[in-house]
Each structure stands twice: as C-alpha cells, then as structure tokens.
Design a protein around this ligand. Structure first.
Ligand code: ZN
Length: 140
C-alpha cells in the first residue's frame, strides 16, 4: 500500500492532508508560543529548555505579506511561485510557499490554512508531501 512521507516530519503531521496541525512549542515561564520547535530555551524570556513544552498549533492564520518569485534556479519547485508570511492564530509567524502560484486573488489579511501537497510520487505510488498554505474558505 502506498505511503505518505512528510518532507519535514518534525514540523507537522503527514496524516492530515487537509489542514495539518503544526508542531510548535510553548514556554511555561512566560507563555511565549513559537514555531518551528526548538529545545535551546525560551527566545523571549531566556527560560531554560526544561520550561519548554510541545504544543500543536492550529495551522490557521492571516496573510501578513506575500511575494511572487518569477526567477528561481533551484530544482525543487518551478517558478513562478508565491511565498507568504502568515501570522498564525496561535501567535508565531511562519513563512511558507502558498498553493497560489501567483499573487492573483491574494490580499493582505486573507484567512489562510495549512495543507499538505504532493511534492513527488514514486513508481509504487508513494507520496512525499510538503507543507503549503492555501486561502481558507469564507467563514473559516
Ligand atoms: Zn519564556
């Protein structure tokens, strides 16, 4: 049976294609919420690593800014593609590739949600998925 593998399994769950939660963290000393997860201590108040706990972030937020890349020399994604800065409802801001290839139809303040998209599929049908953000439907 084909498998789904996440490109960065430490960051999100590969099991939830529609709106996966993100693996973030929270400081028990000051309440600071962060993403991606890290174990070096609180970036906000300097509390030691043992004060940090793993939390699941909802994978929903608001589009803060975006830019379309028209020239890209890498082989992992084909230009044009659009990068967005999304301020998650849980607090942290995340920079992510968007499912929109261009900025058509995007606006600052749009509601966004996390999705997993197929990055590649091998001959047995095993999928590699990676995180993107997509415009959330109205009222979500
Ligand atoms: Zn802290």
């Amino acid at each position: 049976m084909p498998n789904r593998t996440a490109v960065h399994p430490e960051l999100y769950s590969p099991d939830l294609a529609d709106n996966p939660s993100l693996n973030g963290g929270k400081c028990r000393a000051c309440g600071y919420v962060f993403f991606p997860p890290q174990r070096y201590g609180c970036e906000s108040c300097g509390a030691p690593p043992e004060k940090l706990e793993a939390v699941q972030l909802a994978g929903r937020g608001t589009l803060h800014s975006y830019a379309t890349v028209h020239l890209y020399m890498g082989k992992d994604i084909e230009a044009p593609f659009t990068i967005g800065l999304i301020v998650l409802d849980d607090g942290p801001a995340i920079s992510s590739t968007l499912t929109n290839r261009t900025d058509e139809g995007l606006a600052i303040g749009d509601r966004m949600k996390s999705v997993l998209v197929a990055a590649s599929t091998d001959q047995e049908g095993n999928e590699t998925v990676e995180l993107r953000f997509a415009k959330a439907g109205a009222g979500k």
